[in-house]
Design a protein around this ligand. Structure first.
Ligand SMILES: Cc1cc2nc3c(=O)[nH]c(=O)nc-3n(C[C@H](O)[C@H](O)[C@H](O)COP(=O)(O)O)c2cc1C
Length: 157
């Protein structure tokens, strides 16, 4: 079985979790890099006109990703990490999901946040990845360690 950890991180918290998860389960890793990176101003959730606010207010927004992973079809399980933005997955995660055929694969979401859980996130992702199985997923504190992550991940690998 081939396992991939794919993640998007604007501030580094999710990247830390992704790195520990990757190490603890011995998976491959792919960073979902925005074609245009998010500046501090872009991430200002208090400004309704900031890039992140505009994207998250528009369910059809699909921010471009810098590069595509060509061998995605080889993977059976994809752990998909991101920060919670406005109680759900950032729009660039929707871009990612729609960029590949995940039929027959298992997608396991994980997230960091200021406290919010995943709420409707996995249902959103399931609607976009029709032939895949998207699990409920889990939020982690950015301090979550390798043992905790491996323990959680072993259900799918
Ligand atoms: C635009 C934006 C919206 C956010 N919305 C939420 C939210 O709804 N709930 C929450 O708990 N945290 C929210 N946060 C905080 C992030 O989820 C949190 O800081 C996360 O760990 C950042 O991950 P990163 O460093 O990998 O980008 C938001 C952050 C940003 C930039």
């Amino acid at each position: 079985m081939k396992v991939l950890v794919a993640y998007f991180s604007a501030g580094g918290a999710t990247a830390q979790i992704a790195a520990r998860l990757t190490k603890s389960i011995g998976a491959d890793v792919f960073e979902i890099k925005p074609a245009q990176r998010y500046s501090k101003d872009d991430l200002d959730w208090q400004n309704p006109k900031s890039r992140s606010s505009m994207e998250m207010n528009d369910k059809t927004s699909r921010p471009a990703i810098a590069e595509k992973k060509e061998d995605m079809s080889e993977y059976d399980v994809i752990f998909l990490g991101f920060p919670i933005w406005w109680y759900r997955e950032p729009s660039i995660i929707d871009t990612f999901i729609e960029s590949y055929d995940f039929s027959g694969k298992i997608i396991v979401p994980f997230a960091t946040s200021g406290g919010s859980e995943l709420n409707d996130t996995s249902r959103n992702l399931q609607a976009l990845a029709k032939g895949a199985v998207v699990t409920t997923g889990k939020r982690f504190d950015s301090s979550a360690g390798e043992d905790e992550l491996a323990d959680w991940a072993k259900e799918w690998i």
